[in-house]
Design a protein around this ligand. Structure first.
Ligand code: ATP
Ligand code: MG
Length: 423
């Protein structure tokens, strides 16, 4: 029988890694809660039409990357490639905007059929924020600041925030025609992908990763020159907000984002330490999406962070597992009773306790306790157990080589014990 393996690009998150993920997620949750955001959870599978309408037929995501299949009832279903379209659908379907603007966050797996490499998988995870029903430039700045502050708090430095304005639909349509003409005149100089995009989605050519195309594009007409004064003023105002928040940024006129529903603000947060998968966070304003999905025209802005890339950047530090506060060493039947009892009690006081399961000699258990990097050991032998006592031992501090101290407590003397543990 052959051994079964995971599908290509679908990755197991192993126990040694999950603690780092949990830490990053808990930092995110704190930030979201402080910003008054509420969580939304939508299904992983949706009607294919949601994504073809909400993302755009001519994008790579819809054209090449979706996991689409027919279910047993003959419906075309798709594993979600991103979160925004589903969130927007849910908002429209449940009339959430009747309660006012929605400030939401989500997290979960997304699926895209791409070539797997470092920072690029077929099942990957995003954590994202959507502000739906807010038009002001202040909301653009707030949304960006939530991403920026969160990433800083995870410990990421060397990040670059790039911003651009895509203008209104009208600005962009005029520009699209000009750009198309310019590209057609240089058709033979373009890479094959870009040649295909000219008619389908000329803006996407600006997003090309091909080096010679990129060089050619330096001379291309710039969307910035086609913005109306109103759009330009809006973009300037965003910069004033960011300056005031001391969030550094670069203007990148070629930043167009892959998805069709964006307008005005587009932004990405990148890092030099991610190789060619440099973008850790992508977002922007999508004023056209809710109406595309059957709702009323609703200004909205959001972002998504790729968890795998974020974890790569956070590095070893965040992945290291948390050491327990206490390692519980015990020997004998009566001691076992007390050991589990005291473990549960201390855990209910928010302490992190590891309970020995080896049943080996005290000296071997002490070795395990040292290895766990716990600060304290609680030791319960038959003798202690019969007297209703616990022995507490400070474990050798690897760095400082501090003296080992021992304390004896009665089992009931929990408050005293806890005080000692958190000192
Ligand atoms: P890229 O240009 O890297 O393909 P994208 O523009 O397709 O990114 P978005 O749709 O904006 O990405 O998704 C937001 C974030 O999700 C990205 O910045 C990235 O961090 C992450 N992401 C996107 N696709 C993948 C993937 N296949 N594997 C891992 N992370 C991904
Ligand atoms: Mg992509």
């Amino acid at each position: 029988m052959t051994n079964l393996k995971n599908l290509r690009g679908m990755v197991d998150l192993l126990p040694s890694q999950s603690q780092g993920w949990q830490k990053v997620e808990s930092i995110a949750l704190e930030h979201f809660s402080r910003a008054g955001l509420q969580e939304i959870r939508t299904p992983i599978i949706e009607q294919t039409e949601l994504f073809s309408r909400g993302i755009g037929e001519n994008t790579d995501v819809v054209g090449k990357e979706m996991y689409t299949f027919e279910d047993r009832g003959g419906r075309s279903c798709t594993l979600r490639p991103e979160g925004t379209a589903s969130v927007a659908r849910s908002i429209v379907q449940h009339g959430l905007l009747n309660n006012g603007p929605q400030r939401l966050w989500y997290r979960g797996p997304m699926f895209r059929y791409e070539r797997p490499q470092a920072g690029r998988q077929r099942q990957f995870h995003q954590i994202g924020v959507e502000f739906v029903g807010l038009a002001s430039v202040m909301s653009d700045a707030e949304v960006i600041s939530i991403a920026w502050d969160f990433l800083k708090d995870v410990g990421l430095n060397d990040l670059t925030l790039e911003i651009n304005s895509l203008g209104s639909n009208k600005d962009r349509n005029v520009f699209k025609e000009e750009l198309k003409d310019w590209l057609i005149q240089r058709f033979d100089l373009l890479d094959e992908d870009s040649q295909k995009r000219i008619n389908l989605n000329p803006l996407r050519v600006l997003d090309s990763k091909n080096n010679s195309t990129k060089e050619l594009l330096l001379e291309a007409p710039s969307l910035n020159d086609y913005l109306t004064n109103e759009s330009k003023t809006r973009f300037d105002y965003l910069q004033t907000f960011l300056d005031n928040l001391h969030i550094p940024y670069k203007i990148n006129n070629n930043l167009v984002r892959g998805l069709d529903y964006y307008s005005h603000t587009a932004f990405e947060i990148t890092s030099d330490h991610l190789g060619s998968q440099a973008t850790v966070c992508g977002g922007g304003r999508y004023d056209g999406l809710i109406s595309e999905l059957g709702g009323v025209q609703t200004p909205s802005i959001g972002w998504a962070i790729g968890m795998e890339r974020l974890i790569i950047l956070a590095g070893e530090k965040i992945l290291r597992s948390k050491s327990p506060d206490v390692y519980v060493i015990h020997r004998g039947e009566r001691a076992e009773q007390v050991a589990l009892e005291i473990t549960c009690k201390l855990r209910s006081h928010n302490l992190n306790i590891e309970l020995d399961y080896s049943g080996s000699s005290f000296s071997k258990q002490f070795k395990r306790a040292d290895k766990s990097m716990a600060k304290w050991a609680i030791v319960i032998g038959e003798n202690e157990a019969s007297k209703g006592q616990l022995l507490m031992k400070k474990l050798r501090d690897k760095q400082k080589d501090v003296e080992t101290k021992e304390y004896i407590f009665s089992k009931e003397d929990l408050d005293h014990l806890i005080k000692k543990l958190i000192d």
